[in-house]
Design a protein around this ligand. Sequence first.
Ligand code: TXA
Ligand code: MG
Length: 329
Amino acid sequence: MNNVVKVNPLNPDKDVMERAANIIKRGGLVAFPTETVYGLGANAKSDDSCGKIYIAKGRPSDNPLIVHISSMEQLYDVASRIPDFIAEKLHTIWPGPLTVVLPKGNIGKVATGGLDTVAVRMPAHKVPLDLIRRSGLPIAAPSANRSGKPSPVYASEVREDLDERVDMIIDGGPAFFGVESTVIMFKEEEILILRPGAFSAEDIKEIFGMKVTVSSNLEGAPRAPGMKYRHYAPSKKMFLADSEEYIQQKCRQRGNFVVLCSYELSRKIDCPTILLGSRKDLYEVARNLFPSFRKLDKSEYEYGIIEPFEEKGIGLAIMNRIKKATEGK
Ligand code: TXA
Ligand code: MG
């Protein structure tokens, strides 16, 4: 397809970025890499432009988008009533994979899914930062997958899902983390993690010095609307093993399945595998996780069995995605 353009993620070509910015200004859709996953961007200020995102993705219209910004001034524009101490912390954290839900400011109802809050983040990636600056607009961008599919880590996966539904796909190589940003909101003296992600719960706690709760563990807590939809999942069935021993035993019995696992476990089993990386490097596992779901779908096997990982650091996000993808099976 001629809508895919390669750029150097550390120094994106000015002409390409100028073309992309013009597409955004004219109301079109541009897919681009971020430090987390690929995003599908449109002018966040325009209801019409944001509407195209929902159509391209097949996304339910009550599931709001994340508004991407490149400056603190834009934060004060799109959000309102931001406590000074929160703004100060965000100023030191951003750019980075942390999304904050705040009372909405000057932003339309389509980007926010009709809520009175807005989710905002400043991405740590040259391509979206440059696109936001050149277009002079905040950019609303969910992950650039078809609704219900795993988020894309590679431009080729964006093409697989969206192709000609997008005006331009900027290929900046693989996204760095491979899991989405962490979404948080403030509630009285507490921080609720609405979606664990690339920014660790431990770091949030240390930086803000507040109690941190993962809200998916709380009954009746406010949730990211996205949490009610099936997410991140391969089309084939996948099961989460409760232990390494379980997988070893299943492999001895055999069957029409493939094991999604670490190098460490793969050495102990005699079974087809899709490798996720080393248990000692959960960042590697995170980068391989969503692409491994797509590999499972393309494989000859009927279903997958996936190894559990430690829920520490980025491991919390990894296990959150695995649990959603396996629906607790
Ligand atoms: O890493 C990321 O966050 C990527 C890149 C492209 O920035 N984007 C991303 O967007 O993952 P998306 O749309 O796939 O996920 C956004 C999540 C959804 O679960 C949505 O429900 C939640 O953020 N969200 C958005 N606005 C919200 C709001 N006002 N209140 C609560 N949750 C919100
Ligand atoms: Mg998504």
